[in-house]
Design a protein around this ligand. Structure first.
Ligand code: ARG
Length: 465
């Protein structure tokens, strides 16, 4: 019994070699530990490929029937956890093909006609990612629904809007929440756009140059629900830009979640006390009995880092790779899978967290009253009376200084006090200086007026339905 023979039993390519692959190399190059996640997509791809081979008369009817039957059985074995994954067989493709041959004999060996693992794996990853994108888009929409539900209750809840994290102008909490709704809307759109480029069939590219068989790529594309085929065989097997694009979109989703989470963390601090998070989303400390820590939003914020890391890993993986397929590409899977898992888990808990946010409207209102948040409204008031904006700005700045000296807000000053800064100020100014007045006045598209935000919420609900 020669070594070649024993090696031939293990891998589909060993015929060319004089000695078995080193144990360390076998472990180092194997991807079965993580690519088995692609198993069902691999089976779908193989079944479609076999049906096409039969349609173009490369594969007989009996062979096709055996292959379909064998693949169905393998699917059952995998689902039941009975499939014996072997690290000796390198990857998911070889494991399945070898099992198929064990089950049905020679027909199993014919399946790989006009195909290579290079176009096979690219197909599997695209099929996998297509499903992942659809699931993630649904999860984002669920988070948007939760967000809308909370926003609905707070179109009249006034809080300080911030710039530089300093009180700037009053906004409603609903308006603030709706900003995140818009971010997530763009995220869904980005994923939908990315999906179009994911949804192309690489199969038929074979190893790199195409195949000498009269294959029907369109048929396979149609069977697998692809919108079209990859137009160049070298590109089809080598580029992973579609995965990079997805990871970039995922990083943006996480970035958006992290911003909201940062605010929850900050606002839960008693110095803000704008919101409280239900105990079920928090943990305590093993040493400090009084602690209630916002672990969930902190973890979402933290996990944003690993998603960014995966994006950079994939970009770096692809950079300067010569055409066509290189084994480097095997490294695309773990960052991609981790991104899908992290994003999926984060979105789930993020959406749930909304049900646990208790809003402290009084604290928000108090904070909005503290930072002269309606100063711009006073300036706008003067402009409407004919004062050039720059002059109005200066007059109001003086008034703010005066109020600071008195330890009160602009709206607390007496009319004669205010009139020192401009004789044009009349008693109706006080309507403009209230928080409610400031909100109501911003009634254009995109403004924080309660009526406008209610309309935005209604429109958002309709679009989501
Ligand atoms: N496990 C490999 C991957 O993930 C499959 C393709 C192998 N192709 C090859 N020529 N070695 O990329």
């Amino acid at each position: 019994m020669t070594q070649e023979k024993s090696r031939g039993a293990a891998t589909p390519w060993s015929g060319r070699f004089n000695e078995p692959v080193a144990e360390a190399v076998k472990h180092y190059t194997a991807s079965i530990g993580f690519d088995r996640r692609l198993a069902e997509f691999d089976i779908d791809g193989s079944a479609a490929h076999a049906r096409m081979l039969h349609a173009v008369e490369i594969l007989g009817a009996a062979d096709l029937a055996a292959i379909e039957h064998g693949l169905a059985q393998i699917r059952d074995e995998i689902r039941a956890g009975r499939f014996d994954w072997s690290p000796d067989l390198e990857d998911v493709h070889t494991n399945i093909e070898r099992r198929l041959t064990a089950l049905i004999g020679d027909a199993g060996k014919r399946l790989h006609t006009a195909r290579s693992r290079n176009d096979q794996v690219a197909t599997d990853v695209r099929l996998y990612l297509r499903v992942a994108i659809d699931e993630i888009a649904d999860l984002i929409k669920a988070a948007q629904r939760a967000l809308l539900e909370l926003a609905d209750q707070h179109t009249d809840t006034v809080m300080p809007g911030f710039t530089h994290l300093q009180v700037a102008q009053p906004v409603s909490y609903a308006h603030h929440l709706m900003a995140y709704f818009e971010m997530l809307n763009r995220d869904v759109q980005r994923l939908a756009d990315c999906r179009k480029r994911v949804n192309r069939l690489p199969l038929g590219a074979a190893a790199l140059a195409g195949t000498t068989f009269p294959i029907d790529r369109m048929m396979v594309a149609k069977e697998l629900g692809f919108e079209g085929v990859c137009e160049n065989s070298l590109d089809a097997v080598s580029d992973r830009d579609f995965a990079i694009e997805f990871c970039a979109a995922a990083a943006l989703v996480m970035m958006h979640l992290s911003r909201f989470c940062e605010e929850v963390i900050l606002w839960m601090n008693p110095r803000f006390a704008f919101v409280d998070l239900a105990d079920r989303f928090c943990t305590g400390s093993s040493i400090m009995p009084q602690k209630k820590n916002p672990d969930v939003p902190e973890l979402i914020r933290g996990k944003t880092g690993r998603v960014n890391g995966s994006l950079v890993a994939l970009l770096t993986l692809m950079k300067a790779q010569p055409l066509a397929y290189n084994k480097d590409n095997q490294e695309d899977k773990e960052p991609l899978f981790d991104t899908v898992d992290t994003l999926t888990a984060s979105l789930r808990v993020f959406a749930e967290m909304f049900g646990g946010i208790r809003v402290n409207a009084d604290a928000m209102r108090k904070a909005a009253l503290e930072g002269h948040a309606t100063a711009t409204d006073l300036a706008d008031y003067l402009v409407k009376k004919g004062v050039p904006f720059r002059e109005a700005h200066e007059a109001v700045a003086q008034a703010v200084r005066f109020a600071e000296g008195r330890g009160c807000g602009l709206a607390d000053l007496k009319l004669p006090d205010l009139q020192q800064f401009s004789p044009l100020i009349g008693k109706e100014v006080f309507a403009a200086l209230t928080l409610e007045g400031a909100l109501k006045a911003r009634s254009h598209i995109g403004g924080t007026a309660p009526a406008r935000v209610k309309a935005a919420i209604a429109k958002a609900k309709k679009n989501l339905a």
